[in-house]
Design a protein around this ligand. Structure first.
Ligand SMILES: [Zn+2]
Length: 319
């Protein structure tokens, strides 16, 4: 490919945050991630109009994973294209696109076990109802290795980046090594100040895969994640910034993982701490954020370490 394909971040307001989606200005235009229910009409449509593009012309909706702030707008966005845009998602996250209830189940199986919030599941159900524009059967399920044609010889290849969620994928704009990684690269996490991953080993392996195999020239992130100094990395990183974000993400997982394994080896103890039963981990890594703030990256990641630890014990017992 000779001509560089332009990419534009589209910011959609959500409370005190902005949600980021990315417009790939190809012959068959694509939008990576879909924000929440209001994002297509309130964020994407005016931003595209300012670029001289029409939301109705979008032909691909490429979802990096199933979290509500990424899939919530998919149904509404597809409607704005007259149903012509094809929705693509990682197979393991497809249940989160098909059903609002899946978000409640995910909450109950992970972070909800630690949050001491009797109304937690009801709150997640209400949020799913409010911000997911519709339940949806994806047109294309991907697991990595697929190539999606955006017309005129422009292609996007799919890379499996599990860890943050089981079905997280990255989309690589071929020929220019522009990578849309969603939430697979967290650095110190977003506003909550802690990186979120359901499976720490897979999260780490995906970071290494990005660093060693994909080697982004441009890296587009799902949120403006924070560095250790509290400053935002932004959502568009050049090659050098991408390398340092990957390095920093791996370093942080290393520190958090070591503290989590120490805590698990010593045995979990319930205390009055809001970080209980993982208070020693918060202390060890100096995390002072509110662990109850949804979507609770602290407890999501801690539960990931715990699951691994328990599986390891099980394997040990049975040889
Ligand atoms: Zn996410």
């Amino acid at each position: 490919m000779t001509q560089e394909v332009k990419v534009y971040p589209l910011a959609s307001p959500w409370g005190r945050f902005s949600l980021y989606t990315f417009f790939i200005d190809a012959p068959e235009p694509a939008i990576v991630d879909s924000g929440i229910a209001s994002s297509p009409a309130e964020g994407m449509a005016p931003a595209l109009a300012a670029l001289g593009r029409r939301i109705a012309d979008v032909r691909w909706i490429l979802l990096t994973h199933g979290h509500i702030d990424h899939v919530g707008g998919a149904y509404a966005l597809r409607e704005l294209t007259g149903g012509r845009a094809q929705v693509v998602i990682g197979a393991a996250d497809a249940p989160l696109l098909r059903s609002r209830r899946a978000h409640v189940d995910e909450y109950l199986a992970g972070r909800g076990r630690y949050l001491r919030d009797a109304d937690g599941a009801a709150r997640v159900a209400a949020a799913a109802l409010a911000v997911i524009s519709g339940e949806l059967e994806p047109a294309v399920l991907v697991t990595g290795g697929e190539v999606i044609p955006l017309g005129g010889g422009v292609t996007v290849s799919v890379h499996h980046l599990p860890g943050h969620t089981a079905g997280s994928v990255g989309y690589l704009l071929d020929g220019q090594r522009s990578v849309f990684a969603g939430d697979a690269v967290q650095i110190h996490g977003a506003a909550n100040g802690f990186p979120s991953y359901m499976d720490p080993s897979l999260y780490r392996a995906s970071l290494e895969y990005l660093r060693d195999e994909v080697r982004p020239e441009r890296l587009y992130l799902g949120h403006p994640y924070r560095h250790g100094n509290g400053l935002s990395a932004g959502v568009e990183l050049d090659a050098e910034q991408a390398r340092s974000a990957l390095r920093e993400s791996l370093d942080i997982e290393g520190l958090v993982g070591a503290a989590a394994r120490d805590c698990l080896c010593a045995g979990l103890r319930e205390t009055a701490s809001p970080y209980s039963p993982f208070a020693p981990v918060a202390f060890e890594v100096g995390y002072q954020g509110d662990p109850a703030l949804e979507p609770s990256p602290f407890f999501t990641s801690m539960h990931g370490y715990r699951t691994h630890f328990d599986q390891g014990k099980g394997q040990g017992r049975h040889g």
